[in-house]
Design a protein around this ligand. Structure first.
Ligand SMILES: NC(=O)c1ccc[n+]([C@@H]2O[C@H](COP(=O)([O-])OP(=O)(O)OC[C@H]3O[C@@H](n4cnc5c(N)ncnc54)[C@H](OP(=O)(O)O)[C@@H]3O)[C@@H](O)[C@H]2O)c1
Length: 336
């Protein structure tokens, strides 16, 4: 068995590139008491990892230059020194970009692969699905008939937000960066109207798609797309700040329109959130999302890149819109 690991070798200025990562040969670590040895099956690549490449403290610590990149992952236990797990168990954890790694048993969650396809634990039934669920329902408080606009609509979080808003009886407008993605949103997910922000006249098309203005804006991207939507918010509207991917690669912060006058005259709410604030309620979220999946009310898309060595490319593709739905890397098949 050989082991490999991706480390961060430099911090990007602007858009990250493959040169920021390096693949190293490393030893297979030995588990100690209370630990397990894991074989990585799937890695999740996520936009928030871009912020961790900077040398700035945020709600998660920066990656260390020369240290392994880490993130959400599914793995198989191949040796256990903990009563909590046995060889062959599938687990969800926060693991290094590494073929084999050791983790504390207390930091892992056992996944039952018979309940749902394994990868849903990193997508619709995992962090992105929960982000959509709590962000929209807890902050947005959708009511039947509300107009809900979703940016980054064809991504891991956005696809689930669109569908939950439809379940709640809303008029849903999705914004995504390709016609293929918008076609998926309309034809597969039942989104009422879509706009391609790269090719269309965003303002004009959104006016057409939202004749009664915007009651809820679920913001995954920020930047100029959000600047336009802000001019269309209704009295009492709710804007949920989930992500700002359009800004993550800026070298200097830019100045958009000042938002306070819009919020003031429309008595509107704008609220950011980080999904970990809802950890105590994850069980509730997963149960509801799983029920909607089972009932066929919720669908999910995945974009799976094959091969551990392609992990940086899969991550970089988030910033050029390669993914429809959740972006994952398949490292290897489970053995059972
Ligand atoms: N608050 C939280 O706790 C939390 C949790 C999870 C995720 N998030 C945030 O939610 C957002 C979505 O995350 P995700 O995991 O679902 O990612 P995702 O939407 O699956 O992937 C990123 C997508 O962003 C779009 N994009 C990239 N650059 C853009 C730009 N400059 N302007 C507009 N769109 C751009 C691309 O789609 P197009 O083809 O449409 O451009 C790309 O496919 C991210 O901003 C992320 O940081 C927040």
């Amino acid at each position: 068995m050989e082991n490999k690991q991706f480390v961060l070798v430099s911090r990007p200025a602007g858009v990250p590139s493959a040169e920021n990562f390096k693949l190293l040969d490393v030893e297979i670590p030995q588990p100690q008491d209370g630990e397990v040895l894991l074989r990585t099956l799937y890695l999740s690549v996520d936009p928030y990892m871009r912020a961790r490449m900077n040398d700035r403290k945020s709600y998660v610590d920066p990656f260390v230059v020369g240290g392994a990149i880490n993130g959400g992952a599914l793995a198989e236990v191949i040796e256990s020194r903990s009563a909590a797990f046995k060889s062959g168990d599938t687990v969800l954890g926060y693991l290094p970009w590494q073929l084999y790694s050791v983790a504390k048993a207390s930091a892992l969650q056992k996944i039952d692969p018979s309940l749902a396809p394994l990868t849903t634990a990193l997508g619709v039934l995992g962090m992105p699905g929960l982000t959509a669920y709590f962000g929209l329902l807890d902050i947005g408080k959708p009511k039947a008939g509300d107009t809900v606009v979703v940016s980054g609509a064809a991504g891991a979080v956005g696809t689930i937000v669109c569908q939950i808003a439809k379940i709640k009886g809303c008029h849903v407008v999705g914004i995504a960066g390709s016609d293929e993605k918008n076609q998926y949103l309309k034809e597969e997910l039942g989104v009422d109207a879509t706009v391609n922000y790269k090719t269309g006249d965003l303002k004009q098309e959104l006016r057409k798609a939202c004749p009664d203005g915007v009651d809820i804006y679920f913001d995954n991207v920020g930047g100029q797309v959000s600047d336009v939507i802000l001019t269309m918010i209704n009295h009492g509207s709710r804007t949920i700040i989930c992500g700002q991917i359009a800004l993550y690669n800026l070298e200097q912060p830019d100045q958009g329109p000042r938002v306070q006058p819009y919020l003031l005259v429309k008595s509107a709410l704008m609220q950011g959130f980080i999904i970990t604030a809802y950890t105590a309620r994850f069980g509730e979220g997963v149960r509801q999302l799983a029920q909607w999946l089972q009932e066929g009310k919720l669908k999910y898309a995945e974009n799976i890149v094959e091969g551990f060595e392609n992990t940086p490319q899969a991550f970089l593709g988030l910033f050029t819109g390669e993914n429809l739905g959740k972006q994952l890397v398949k490292v290897t098949e489970p053995s059972t």
